[in-house]
Design a protein around this ligand. Structure first.
Ligand code: AHR
Length: 338
């Protein structure tokens, strides 16, 4: 069954890539979404749930899996859901434009994975004034509680703490760490950093972060930043902490090109749990991944349905996640969906 889901997700991801990102706020819709709101009724004649989702972009395998999960669910429910999708190409201004257009369309609910935490008050207030609930998906926004209905996603602080504990085990509580941070201002980057730093300060005084720089959650930038860390610090580096697996996969390439053995000379811990990092663990080139669940499509739409029906929802619908290590990677890899 998991293989079937994986195959479907792969198809969704491939079709996303083919769709490209033509405009500043490319709106991709399911066939039903090409109808006007007035026409959005199911075969049975019931009014459909109309949802607009403003995605960040396609920076990582994890994000592609999240998009696929949401689009797959919408595609499976075209008779009851009218879905509008915007790809903001990593730009907050494009997400704001998308939200404004969803407000104009009069959707029932707006979903948003905020690229950064701040700068949302004005547009969220517009949505509130229009009576449209906002659902934050996977990343938080720093706004007052009355401006959004719920946050569906992970505890990034705990992920950062878990990453620190894992690295401490790998380094026997002592060593120099370089850190690849996510997108500047993103809640995933801010909180994974905070959780990690606080844990080091509280429990591991002999572990030091000697350099920390953003790799923007992408493999290409992760590689580029790791190359410069290696040039500056060389053999002084004992471990890499990356805020996502894609950046770590780039860093692994950089280490190998520099003649180092990632996973052995330099220990690795990153966040997400994508298949690529499991393969790297199987190959002995990575040590640990702290899971972060991107398969939020079902929870997202179920929450939208509840909000449309006027039901109350939890303010934080938390994801359940694990930590995966190299010793079980060969067994775990075939079970991974993304
Ligand atoms: O917000 C979740 C983070 O964003 C994931 O760790 C990362 O891969 C993504 O792009």
């Amino acid at each position: 069954m998991k293989r079937v889901i994986a195959a479907i997700l792969t198809v969704c991801i491939a079709s996303l890539a083919l769709g490209g990102c033509a405009g500043a706020t490319t709106e991709k819709t399911t066939p039903a979404a090409t109808q006007s709101k007035a026409e959005a009724v199911s075969k049975a004649g019931n009014k459909k749930l109309t949802v607009g989702f403003a995605q960040i972009g396609q920076e990582s395998g994890w994000r592609d899996a999240e998009t696929a999960s949401i689009q797959f669910y919408a595609g499976q429910h075209v008779d009851t859901i009218d879905f509008k999708f915007a790809d903001a190409q990593q730009k907050q201004e494009n997400q704001i434009k998308a939200i404004k257009s969803f407000i104009e369309m009069g959707v029932d609910v707006i979903g948003l994975a905020p690229v950064v935490e701040t700068g949302w008050d004005a547009v969220f207030t517009e949505a509130k004034d229009a009576g449209i609930p906002i659902v934050l998906v996977d990343r938080k926004a720093k706004v007052s509680d009355d401006l959004y209905s719920t946050f569906i996603g992970s505890d990034f602080i705990t992920e950062g703490q878990n990453a620190a504990d894992e690295l401490a085990k790998l380094l026997n509580n002592k060593g120099n760490v370089v850190e690849l941070e996510g997108t500047v201002g993103a809640s995933a980057a801010n909180d994974r950093k905070k959780g990690f730093d606080d844990q080091l300060a509280a429990k591991y005084p002999d572990m030091k972060v000697i350099a920390s720089q953003t790799g923007d959650f992408t493999r290409a930038k992760g590689k580029e930043v790791m190359e410069s860390f290696l040039k500056t610090y060389g053999n002084k580096i004992n471990a890499v902490y990356a805020h996502n697996d894609d950046m770590m996969l780039g860093a692994i390439e950089a280490m190998k090109e520099a003649g180092m053995k990632p996973g052995k000379d330099i220990k690795t811990v990153s966040c997400d749990g994508v298949k690529g990092i499991f393969q790297a663990m199987v190959d002995g080139e990575a040590n640990v991944t702290v899971e972060c669940n991107p398969l939020l499509g079902p929870q997202f739409f179920e929450t939208c349905q509840k909000l449309k029906a006027g039901e109350s929802v939890e303010k934080w619908i938390k994801s359940q996640e694990s930590v995966f290590r190299a010793d079980t990677a060969a067994k775990d890899l075939p079970t991974r969906v993304y």
